[in-house]
Design a protein around this ligand. Sequence first.
Ligand code: AMP
Length: 294
Amino acid sequence: MQIVSSIATMQRLARQWQRAGKRIGFVPTMGYLHAGHLSLVREAHKRVGKSGRVVVSIYVNPTQFGPKEDFSKYPRDLKRDLKLCRAAGVNVVFTPGDKEMYSGMGVSPVPPTNFTTYVVEESLSRTMEGASRPTHFRGVTTIVAKLFNVVLPDVAVFGAKDWQQAAIIKRMVADLNFLVKIVVAPTLREPDGLAMSSRNKYLVSDLRKQATVLWRAIQTAQAAVKQKKTVPVAKLKADLKKLIESEPDARLDYVDFFDPDTLQPVSKVTRGTQMATAVFVGRTRLIDNARMAG
Ligand code: AMP
């Protein structure tokens, strides 16, 4: 396994692979890897085949964090991540520094000086995560576009855990004609239903148990749809808010119901509607989502 931190080296490698006819699979991450990330790596291997190459990027991207968010505290453990990548058969781990990615930008998410070009998706990114975190998706689309230009992937794998993010990346790829296929892989969960996330590390003592309320909210919505077939969105949202906030340290940010492709909100929740929620558990903001089954 090679560890590469220079953009030029990564691009050179990718070009060599391309010339040799090897397909490139790519999994962008912010590190502190868990089984969910590793399932994306397996999917990437599957997509590019035995002769293909799989690249994992590990980069905590400052431009997708708001000024009051957890950028500096975001969990990091490169040594452990490298071990996991090696065991998963990753060919290259790309770990650029902030200077390399943003031409001299400092380590905190302040406006960079020598970096002034951003990629902005202007429709799907306005709701949900985009409404709560106004500059978040601008940071995500910008870094993913940059990483695509560095890693030159044929296939890039994203998690359904960040449903809105995956939808926005697909739109960006279509709108800007990137030559990459976007694959969205299922969310891996802990045995009690909590979606795996690097931020689960923040959930100390009682908060870890309270955090299962996101999964319980999803199950409650699914049960209502199964039983009633069509459920008015306002009533369901009110019931879920009550359920979530029955946990002493949980505060609902949003729960939304929408078309899984267009992200357009629906007024009636039925089979096939997508649900997404963001909840503060203590000071940790968690997100989760799921499709309503019939
Ligand atoms: P992150 O490191 O949190 O930026 O996530 C990197 C990629 O892993 C994104 O495409 C996420 O959607 C995906 N991911 C995060 N958590 C999970 C999970 N529990 N199951 C599957 N994929 C995940």
